[in-house]
Ligand binder design. Sequence first.
Ligand SMILES: Nc1ncnc2c1ncn2[C@@H]1O[C@H](COP(=O)(O)OP(=O)(O)OP(=O)(O)O)[C@@H](O)[C@H]1O
Ligand SMILES: [Mg+2]
Length: 263
Amino acid sequence: MSLLLETTGLTRRYAGLVAVDAVNLRVAEGGIHAVIGPNGAGKTTLFNLISGLVTPSAGTIWFGGVDVTRLPPDRRAALGMGRTFQNIRVFGSMTVLENVLTGLHTCDATGLFGVVLRLPGFRRAERAAVSRARAALDLVGLADMAELRAGALSYGDQRRLEIARAMAPEPRLLLLDEPAAGMNPAETVALGALVRRLGSFGATVLLVEHDMGFVMGISDAVTVFNFGRRIFEGPPDVVRREPAVIEAYLGPKVAARLARTSR
Ligand SMILES: Nc1ncnc2c1ncn2[C@@H]1O[C@H](COP(=O)(O)OP(=O)(O)OP(=O)(O)O)[C@@H](O)[C@H]1O
Ligand SMILES: [Mg+2]
């Protein structure tokens, strides 16, 4: 399997603390790779470093064979990185379709001039964007709700909308930060099936999530963080049995429950 993302010695220091500490992470192309660990372990900071919202104190980030360490977020997005955020970021007064279109930057294609004059090139780009946006809504099961106000959707549907927005540009790598947070059990099961489907649209998924049933049920590889460090990595069935992981994060009860629910 080829390597899609690699960090070497990736580090982010804040005054008095190292949020991400010399992390070497390798993410293979294809499949679902989870990052788990206690609150404050550095998972979101890792995502912010990878997507370019936070600059590293040290280390490098390679994406698709390109050193992106010093590239701004929009350049990384153009290379095929997409993400969602831990806290919901839906524009409630815009329609569902318009929300997805914000992920596509139509204006960049022909420039502001084309937008103002509504040149044919712009209209073509706009039509292409709308059809991509509709395909992304179809992927997450929201095609019928395209014209609704996004704020009228249920919480679970709003989170699916965020995935559609991130998927519309057809990223090679999608970073999902706690997509199941706040979802009810039925929504979480549906989300698991959706995240599995993203692979068939060409996206490798890097996932942060605290719902262990969800993580262990869909992931191919799991990396465990504690105090900014990568403390363990392996397939779900190995990770859930690892004493260091149970001690740092899972606890004996969750580990026992995972053992009962897996084969
Ligand atoms: N901008 C910042 N300034 C100072 N400290 C920060 C900043 N961002 C994150 N931190 C600290 O870095 C550490 C890691 O935070 P981070 O948000 O990455 O954790 P996390 O693993 O995502 O936790 P959670 O599971 O609660 O979302 C925490 O101690 C946090 O307080
Ligand atoms: Mg976080």
